[in-house]
Design a binder for this molecule. Sequence first.
Ligand SMILES: Cc1cc2nc3c(=O)[nH]c(=O)nc-3n(C[C@H](O)[C@H](O)[C@H](O)COP(=O)(O)OP(=O)(O)OC[C@H]3O[C@@H](n4cnc5c(N)ncnc54)[C@H](O)[C@@H]3O)c2cc1C
Length: 422
Amino acid sequence: MTRSAIIIGGGVIGLCTAFALQRRGVQVTVIDAGPREQAASHVNAGWVCPSLSEPVPAPGLTAQSMKWMLKSDSPLFIAPRADPDFLRWLLAFWKNCNAEQYVAGTAATAALAERTMALYDDLRAQGVEFEEHQDGLLFAYLHEAALHHDHANLDTLAPFGVEIPPILSGEEARELEPALSRNVTGGYWLRQERSVRPDSLVSGLWRRLEINGAEMRRGERVVGMGGSSGLVRSVITDRASYDAEVIVAAAGAWTPQVVAPLGVKLPIEGGKGYSIDFTPPPALPSAIRHPLYLHETRVAITPLDGMLRVAGTMELSGLNHHIRPERVRALVSRTGEVIAGWPSQVNLDAPGVRVWNGLRPLTPDGLAVIGWARGWRNLAIASGHAMMGVTLAPATGEALAEQIVTGRAPEILEPFNPARFG
Ligand SMILES: Cc1cc2nc3c(=O)[nH]c(=O)nc-3n(C[C@H](O)[C@H](O)[C@H](O)COP(=O)(O)OP(=O)(O)OC[C@H]3O[C@@H](n4cnc5c(N)ncnc54)[C@H](O)[C@@H]3O)c2cc1C
């Protein structure tokens, strides 16, 4: 029986893992460097969306990303970098942009996500308080060919409990969501999907863990780990040294840095995304009622209590929080393509408007990394959740806690085994 665990990282993955371990009787300590606003878990679009289980490396993306990489306002921007690890990562990523990996990756993630809604209900039942909306997720399209292509892809998800919705015409989509502009030619509504307010989820989990007796260390950075004979014996922070029977490295895009002192190499890059909050939402002829996805340009729009969040874009430029204004402007103008009456000029410095950015932890095969680190008997990894961390966090926590406590990995975790990276 595992009695104690240290979880490095207080994003949604670390907190859900800590929560699942605590429920199994493990005394947990969570160490998070902060500031909280820089975690992907704070700035994301808040969608709980098993229907978006497809991995980032997709067929056709190699050619597309080569075109996009020269344009710094494109949906996927790759900043050129002469870093051998990054170049290796990029080649592996491009290699994975094929149909076979895509279908297998979609199935693996969809299987992990299958119990997501029940697990979210369970979090609430266990006293975790957070803002949640059950308005589904409306995909809006400018071009019919893209709509039919993406709709056909949904079939892969049907075996995992995703209800396949009918295609809506432009008029039907506007009837459901009057805020859509006349540029929208059609869409579909995945009514079972949900959305949460990301910061409320993180703070709700943090508070519940604390109330239940966890040791929560905020503003403390892990700077080293010591170990021998396959066992991690100490976790060293900028303030103190800790030990526990099990260590979970769940530091998002920084996880490779955290485990590097133990000689563990993880191919995880930071995929930067931006979000813009409007509090209150911009005055529009019709207020936006549903979370919306403009799949062609990868823009996510989430109405939350008293505010609107617009999020998206993927930028591979290393571990930094530098803001590229042209990417933020592109997000705003792409929103104007789908929303009727969206202001042609948005003052990003106006009161009530805030721009964030966060790093999605991204592996070259697009799959998360969950399980024991190769060569270490008490070091587990929970990272690499890319665009799906909010969706997959409760399932990741439950499955990994089960593996840690029982010593048996649930079958569902097999495709996510860290050992696949050799
Ligand atoms: C713009 C955007 C939109 C997104 N939208 C969605 C969405 O709608 N739905 C969805 O499912 N997913 C979405 N995602 C993805 C999701 O946000 C991430 O997959 C998820 O938040 C990753 O969580 P994490 O806990 O692994 O990492 P993070 O949230 O980044 O947390 C890592 C934590 O580790 C801490 N840390 C780092 N280094 C150290 C150290 N040395 N010592 C101690 N602590 C350390 C950091 O302070 C941080 O708090 C989106 C992401 C972005 C950027």
